[in-house]
Design a protein around this ligand. Sequence first.
Ligand code: ZN
Length: 86
Amino acid sequence: MLLIDCPWCGPRAEVEFRYGGQAHIAYPEDPAALTDQEWADFLFMRDNPKGEFHERWFHTAGCRRWFDVVRDTATYVLRPDPEHDA
Ligand SMILES: [Zn+2]
């Protein structure tokens, strides 16, 4: 089980959180202008690196706030996301 460090609550067990997928995915400015393929890519296509991955977590059992972390997908080491803007 992961120990996730919520920026507001401190370290908590993974079961208190919900995974939110890849971070820094910008919502399209004009979704209606996208082709079906572009819309599908926005909805479903995500990076799958071996190594550092920016991702979102939601502290469901705590402060109920979203935050970003960087997780190493090979070691599961988590650290705060330097691009975090919350
Ligand atoms: Zn929290």
